[in-house]
Design a protein around this ligand. Structure first.
Ligand SMILES: [Zn+2]
Length: 487
């Protein structure tokens, strides 16, 4: 986190060690594990885009982390730069919405800055949002979702932490409408709420099913009606609430309706499903995502694996490349760390680019590897430094001036229609018989090329094929996206 000369006000984690592991590595492993498990039967896989609004639970990770992961996994691959996180205070009671005045929130996975500009915009639209850090201090419900966001949002994102102090649906309605006016594609909204509290296991299933049904109508009025039924339900069950952040859910539903998003249940469970000793006093958990309607002419994302590296994973990747270059000169053998995240074992294409004073100093890639990501980075860094035929081998004197850029490729996907290629987003691999060539997505941007120019150059200059061979269906075309990051 850059300090601009002012002392930053930091909200330190209060739920670490209690709701989730306080050790960075332990926390990272737990979330990776949950995210991995959440690939199985996750309905989010059938959507082409990440959801913009998400409802996720906030109990201790051993209770609700697996369900939460189904929701957060859906955010992977979304190009978000900001997360508005909305909850309901579990301790304080006040009117309106409290926004935290700190500069930074800290978790064991690192610091996340608060988006002051977005907050200013929101406050301009109503006095309902008040700067008030007090309710945030001991509140766990927003903090516990932050480590998940730190894992799945790949950009350097900021947060907007908002807490309701009551269950007034008029306030919730207002917040949803205010957000709808200022939200953009780079903003994800996460509603932090658990469902029913303390009915026995079977009753919790039944109660939550009805509450989820109301949310899945997408109609805030249906949810309001459901929430209003609580007094009647209390007579026959030990239920004290149907959702501990009803106002936050309401705000999310109003926003989703304004944005014409469609809700989808990704996962439901209650504490009794994981811990039989909680069966007579269960708490319900759901991950519900609100997706944009489909219909864009974009190919579906490649299935199965996660497509992006988190910020920590990016740092680890750059460290591997940096150490292999340094190791080439100091005669010490460099061994890959044994505790790298799982993604480093995936067989992913990699390009390593070395730049010196802004100019290219070597770039080598391997986009169809039969080795894991970590080893591929290692080999490509070495090749870019010492085996790029366009350059002399790197010298020790130059090393301090070298900037390393890594492009990690998504799995290749074969396409028939070249119109599916989005300039700047997709890299392309063209192949015919023994001839083939590949361009990274950023090449089109660097050269200011149109799709036609991009493909013409790829076929002619890279693959040695006819310039317009891509037009008549005689070549195989594969597309991929690349995550590009530098030191
Ligand atoms: Zn709660």
């Amino acid at each position: 986190m850059k300090n601009k000369g002012n002392i930053e006000k930091i909200r330190r984690a209060v739920a670490a060690g209690q709701y989730y592991p306080s050790d960075e590595k332990d926390l990272s492993i737990v979330i990776d594990d949950y995210l991995e498990q959440a690939t199985v039967n996750n309905p989010a896989a059938s959507f082409r885009q990440a959801p913009q609004v998400l409802i996720a639970p906030h109990a201790g990770y051993v209770y609700s982390g697996r369900v939460a992961a189904f929701g957060f996994r859906a955010l992977l691959g979304g190009n978000f730069e900001r997360a508005v996180i909305i909850g309901r205070s579990h301790q304080a009671y006040f009117n309106g919405v409290a926004v935290d005045s700190n500069d930074v929130w800290q978790t064991p996975l690192g610091d996340v800055a608060i988006d002051k500009d977005f907050i200013a915009k929101l406050r301009n639209s109503s006095s309902m949002v008040k700067i008030n850090s007090q309710p945030h201090q001991g509140e766990h419900s927003l903090e516990v979702i932050l480590p998940f966001l730190q894992k799945v949002l790949v950009n350097n994102f900021k947060i907007v932490p908002l807490l309701f102090g009551d269950d007034e649906f008029t306030n919730a309605q207002w917040l949803g409408e205010a957000l709808a006016k200022i939200i953009d594609d780079k903003t994800a909204v996460v509603i932090s709420s658990d469902l029913s509290h303390y009915p026995e296991h079977k009753a919790a299933n039944d109660l939550d099913r009805e509450t989820i049904k109301a949310i899945l109508t997408g109609d805030p009025a249906a949810f309001q009606l459901r929430a209003a039924s609580l007094p009647n339900l209390k007579q026959s069950s030990e239920v004290v609430t149907l959702a501990c952040a009803e106002s936050a859910i309401m705000a999310g539903m109003v926003l989703a309706q304004k944005l014409a998003l469609k809700p989808r249940l990704l996962k439901y469970a209650n504490s009794g499903d994981y811990f039989s000793e909680t069966r007579d006093r269960a708490v319900g958990y759901a991950a519900i995502a609100f997706f944009r309607a489909e219909g864009r002419s974009e190919p579906p994302p490649s299935e199965g694996r996660s497509s992006f590296l988190s910020q920590n994973e990016q740092r680890a990747a750059l460290q591997i490349a940096r150490k292999i270059l340094a190791g080439a000169f100091d005669e010490k053998d460099y061994h890959l760390p044994s505790d790298l995240p799982k993604i480093f074992q995936e067989k992913r294409g990699v390009f390593v680019t070395l730049k010196k004073q802004g100019g290219l100093r070597g770039c080598i890639g391997n986009f169809t590897p039969d080795i894991g990501l970590a080893q591929n980075i290692q080999e490509m860094a070495e090749a870019a430094a010492f085996s790029d035929p366009r350059f002399t081998p790197l010298t020790e004197n130059e090393l301090k001036d070298i900037e390393i850029e890594i492009s990690v490729l998504s799995p290749m996907q074969k396409i028939i229609d070249p119109n599916l290629i989005e300039v700047g987003k997709h890299g392309v691999y063209v192949k015919k018989g023994a001839r083939g060539g590949v361009y990274l997505p950023q090449v089109a941007i660097e050269q200011s090329w149109t799709r036609e120019q991009f493909l013409n150059s790829l076929c002619e200059e890279k693959a040695g094929l006819n310039r317009d061979c891509w037009k008549n269906g005689v070549v195989d075309l594969y597309i991929f996206t690349a995550q590009v990051f530098t030191e």
